[in-house]
Design a protein around this ligand. Structure first.
Ligand SMILES: N[C@@H](CCC(=O)N[C@@H](CS)C(=O)NCC(=O)O)C(=O)O
Length: 182
């Protein structure tokens, strides 16, 4: 599909991995967009209208039509005639990229929510242990390329500009953790 970009609006929230994922892709591809910051404790009518099924961010609204779910949004903008491409040309390499994006969403993210939502110390400690098991595949000796890629990204100005400020994020996570502690 080759499509004129037209009007692009992103509904997001600052401390959100899936939203940052979409913002990075838009910036990388040089796609101009309007950003609407959502308060997840008080979601806007517009967000609920654009994502009535999940009621979550990110949502991309393209010429009035909404697309939800960060990976689906990435696939959508990847179809436009914009470069650089997010996915490699080679089908096997593409499948590998999708595999790891899926691994992160299916394996890492749910445990993260358990850690921050746990009512008791035992549940939280078990979840932290589960997370360290899940992250073992990214250890340097098992996956040296992954680590060098992460380090290279850390020095990329686009990442610095787009990732939420570390201190602000830590403060927000502390508040979240304290609010769920028994
Ligand atoms: N699988 C979704 C996850 C989206 C998601 O979990 N969004 C969170 C913010 S990080 C949200 O909107 N939460 C609001 C809620 O659960 O009510 C994606 O990749 O877009």
């Amino acid at each position: 599909m080759e499509e004129k970009q037209g009007e692009v609006v992103l509904f997001g929230t600052w401390a959100s991995n899936p939203c940052t994922r979409v913002e990075l892709a838009l910036k990388l591809k040089g796609i101009p967009y309007e950003y609407v910051e959502e308060d997840l404790k008080n979601k806007s009518e517009l967000l609920l209208r654009h994502n009535p099924v999940y009621k979550k961010v990110p949502v991309l609204v393209h010429n009035g039509k909404s697309i939800a779910e960060s990976l689906i949004i990435l696939e959508y903008i990847e179809c436009w005639n914009s470069t650089p491409k997010l996915l490699p040309e080679d089908p096997h390499q593409r499948a590998k990229v999708r595999f790891w994006a899926n691994y992160y969403d299916q394996k890492v993210v749910p445990i993260f929510y358990i850690i921050f939502g746990a009512k008791g110390k035992e549940e939280r400690e078990k979840a932290i242990e589960d997370l360290s098991q899940v992250l073992k595949v990214f250890e340097e000796e098992k996956n040296p390329k992954f680590l060098s890629w992460v380090n290279a990204l850390k020095n990329c100005p686009l990442m610095e500009e787009t990732l939420p400020p570390h201190e602000k994020l830590v403060a927000m996570l502390r508040v979240w953790l304290n609010s769920t502690q028994a």
